[in-house]
Every structure is written in structure tokens, then in C-alpha cells.
Ligand binder design. Structure first.
Ligand code: ATP
Ligand code: MG
Length: 405
């Protein structure tokens, strides 16, 4: 069947009263960015639906992309027919031929926004139901849980029929909850934390620390590629790379080994917080999980968190590693995250970091360092880019590499 449009039903935003307009505007913008490779589509945002006119575009790849965009509850493929009821009947029967298999039950459900139309919703349901029963003599109607539901919408410009409804990603459109920084490493956890932040409508900007010459260009590109993977949920993402080598070298030369990790993390957090301020962000997200490694005990988090009062949100804090991995697989970041490029933390990781650092001692050990100077020089070297949906930074992903082996 030649479908003419995809009808998108908004998610939670329907309940958001006067913010509705900005929610719809955001979703429209995000969908536009994610679907930028389909130039013939025409998006028409309305109060309770977003209509995507296909104009001849194959619906399948478009639907694959739509499935991931946050703020969408469900969407349906529909066909527009004229208001001549014979056309409507013919199209409904054609649709049933596509959907029907022996034993399946059906229902017709009509909605009218054009109240001038000659038939009311009951008449349309009955007449189309009869026409379908004539065509498929053994078919059963079922009002509560039909296998096939033919939805009919009578609008001003025509009548729209659909039967395929696909579940969307839910959540809120990215950008409707304001902006925050995500501390993105090349690991498994932080991309998952980013995905969960985006799900609640947060516009995240990636802050990534890298330490050339200790870390490679590939490690940086891996973080960018991970960012690109997350653009499917809501469009472009800012990527901020922060040079970290001088800070790490200085800490290593001047601080007791057990506190290297804690003090490094305090610098990361200070820098992220300054960037957040400059960018107008309201919070910081990271991928910490309680007890996962030495730097993520509650004592450790307290000692690191000591440098700021900005809200720090940890979406994966209470998840088991296996749960995080499952999510990473779902969002297709796992295979990339496990590629073995040295991260700045791995290179400077002490053999035995203190699992219960004291905040007092941390402050004391840190006081020998020229904190302001180190921060200033690092900030002077940051680089910001915008990563768009479809951008790539690595030649092959792990799946392709595995295929070659
Ligand atoms: P994994 O534990 O699988 O390596 P991870 O890299 O996200 O995942 P850690 O290395 O333990 O976890 O770091 C904890 C958190 O600190 C990360 O989730 C991330 O938010 C932040 N972080 C670590 N390294 C960096 C980095 N190079 N740049 C930015 N943030 C970082
Ligand atoms: Mg890591």
C-alpha cells in the first residue's frame, strides 16, 4: 500500500498545559534534525499530532528513526483518501487485505474533527464494518481487544485511514527540560547516563577530558562517535573537549598515590562546573554507579562533590553493571564503549586508589597545587564542536570489525 503520511502522537507533553507550544516546537525541531536525510518529507506540527507527509518517501527507514526520538508516544502509518465514502470503503478493504490473516479479529474506530461530514462516527464504524464483513465472510468483530484496528480520522482536508501503530520511545522531547553538562568518558556507563538524561528532556552537552600525548586521537574520536550515537534521540549535541594532561602530570608529581584519583576527579568536576556556567547549564550528569569502582564509593563521591554545590545527577547510580550493559546494548553504544582505547583515567590510574578518601585530607593534599593556574590553562585549550545526526568519527564499529575477523 502506498502510505501518504505518518501520524505522530505526542507523549507526556500532552499534559503539560501552557508549555505545550514549546514542547511541540522542540519535538518538531528534533524530528527535523533526525530526519534531515529525507528531503521530501513535510512536517506539520498541530496541537495534538505531528503529521509527517511522506511525498513518496519510503516509510520504513523513516519509522526506524522515529522510534527513537524522545517525546513520541506512538505513531501510525496512514493513507489519505477523499471524502467520497466509496473511496473510504475501498481503501479500508485494501488495508484489511494487507493486515488480515485467518482467525484475526478486527474493529473500526472513527474520530471526527470535521463535524460537518455527512456521516457520524457510529455510522462510519458500522458501514465500514459491514463492508469488511462482506469482503471477509469469516472475520469476527471484537470491540475490546481486536487484532486489527482500522483507525479512521475525518479531517477537513480528507479522511485518513491507518492500522499499523508503532510504539515510540516515550520520554520528553530533548531540550524541554533545560540544559546540563554530561561528563562523557569512553566507557560504558556515561553514554547510558546521557541517554537517560535525554529521555527526561535534558539538552546535554558533552564534556570530555583527554590527555594527549598519553591518550590517542582514536580515544577522542570514540567519545565523539558515542555522542553521534546519542543524536538519534533528539538531534545535534555539543561536544566540548578539555585538555587534561598537564593537570594529571602535576597531580601525579605532587600528591600521594592513594589520592590521585580523587583529586583528578575534583579537577574534572571543577572544570565541568565552570564550563556549565559559561554555557548556561543547570546541572551536571555523570555515569557513576555506587560501589562500582574505588572512585565511586559514597565516601569518594562526597570527597569529589566537595568542590561544587551544583546539582550532580547520576542516572545509573543504583543500577547493577549488568543492567547498565543491557541498556548500552539497547542503545547501541556497548560495542563502541568496549573498544580498547586508553582513556585519560586509565593512563593515570593509581594501582591502589583509596576507596574511602577523607575530604579533609583531600583538601590538604590538593592545597600544594596551583589550582587556579591549572584550571585557567586547561580552559584556555578547550574546543567546542556540534555533532550532528549522521556525523562519523571512526571508520568501523566493533560489529564490522567482528564480521571481518
Ligand atoms: P566504565 O566504568 O564502564 O569505564 P565510565 O568510564 O563511564 O564507565 P568511570 O571511568 O568509572 O566510568 O568514571 C566515572 C564517571 O566519571 C564517568 O561515568 C564519567 O561521567 C566521568 N568521567 C570519567 N572519565 C571521564 C573523561 N575522560 N571525560 C569526562 N568524564 C569522565
Ligand atoms: Mg571509564
Amino acid at each position: 500500500m502506498q502510505y501518504t503520511e505518518i501520524m505522530v502522537r505526542y507523549g507526556e507533553l500532552s499534559t503539560k498545559g501552557k508549555n505545550r507550544k514549546s514542547f511541540i516546537g522542540r519535538l518538531h525541531g528534533n524530528v527535523t534534525k533526525v530526519l534531515k536525510d529525507f528531503p521530501d518529507l513535510k512536517l506539520q506540527p498541530h496541537r495534538d499530532r505531528l503529521h509527517i507527509k511522506l511525498n513518496g518517501t519510503d516509510a520504513k527507514p523513516v519509522m526506524e528513526k522515529l522510534k527513537r526520538v524522545f517525546g513520541i508516544q506512538t505513531f501510525s502509518l496512514s493513507v489519505k483518501v477523499s471524502k467520497d465514502f466509496n473511496d473510504v470503503k475501498a481503501k479500508a478493504i485494501e488495508m484489511m487485505h494487507e493486515a488480515y490473516e485467518p482467525g484475526k479479529t478486527f474493529k473500526v474506530a472513527t474520530k471526527r474533527s470535521d463535524h460537518e461530514y455527512s456521516l457520524d462516527t457510529n455510522q462510519i464504524n458500522l458501514q465500514l464494518g459491514d463492508a469488511i464483513c462482506d469482503e471477509f465472510p469469516e472475520i469476527q468483530a471484537e470491540m475490546k481487544h481486536p487484532d486489527i484496528k482500522i483507525s479512521v480520522e475525518v479531517r477537513q482536508d480528507g479522511i485518513y485511514l491507518s492500522y499499523l501503530t508503532v510504539k515510540g520511545a516515550g520520554g520528553l522531547p530533548v531540550g524541554t527540560a533545560g540544559k546540563a553538562m554530561l561528563m562523557l568518558s569512553g566507557g560504558i556507563d556515561s553514554p547510558v547516563a546521557g541517554y537517560l538524561a535525554m529521555k527526561r528532556g535534558v539538552d546535554i552537552e558533552m564534556v570530555h577530558f583527554f590527555s594527549p600525548p598519553y591518550t590517542s586521537e582514536q580515544a577522542l574520536n570514540k567519545a565523539k562517535e558515542l555522542t553521534s550515537k546519542l543524536t538519534v534521540y533528539g538531534g545535534n549535541i555539543r561536544f566540548i573537549e578539555v585538555p587534561f594532561a598537564e593537570i594529571q602530570e602535576t597531580i601525579k608529581a605532587n600528591v600521594p598515590e592513594g589520592y590521585l584519583m580523587t583529586i583528578q576527579r575534583r579537577f574534572m568536576l571543577r572544570l565541568t562546573d565552570l564550563i556549565r556556567e559559561q554555557e548556561g547549564g543547570l546541572a551536571i550528569f555523570n555515569g557513576e554507579a555506587v560501589g562500582q569502582v574505588a572512585s565511586q564509593t559514597l565516601e569518594s563521591m562526597a570527597a569529589i562533590n566537595d568542590v561544587t554545590t551544583t546539582p550532580i545527577l547520576r542516572p545509573v547510580a543504583t543500577m547493577d553493571k549488568t543492567e547498565i550493559i543491557r541498556l548500552a546494548e539497547d542503545i547501541d553504544t556497548f560495542n563502541l564503549s568496549i573498544q580498547p582505547f586508553e582513556d585519560c583515567c586509565t593512563v593515570f590510574a593509581p594501582p591502589a586508589p583509596k576507596t574511602r578518601p577523607s575530604t579533609e585530607k583531600t583538601r590538604e593534599f590538593e592545597s600544594v597545587l596551583d589550582i587556579d593556574g591549572l584550571i585557567k590553562r586547561s580552559l584556555a585549550g578547550i574546543k567546542m564542536t556540534t555533532i550532528e545526526h549522521g556525523d562519523h568519527f571512526m571508520e568501523k564499529d566493533q560489529d564490522e570489525i567482528n564480521d571481518l575477523l
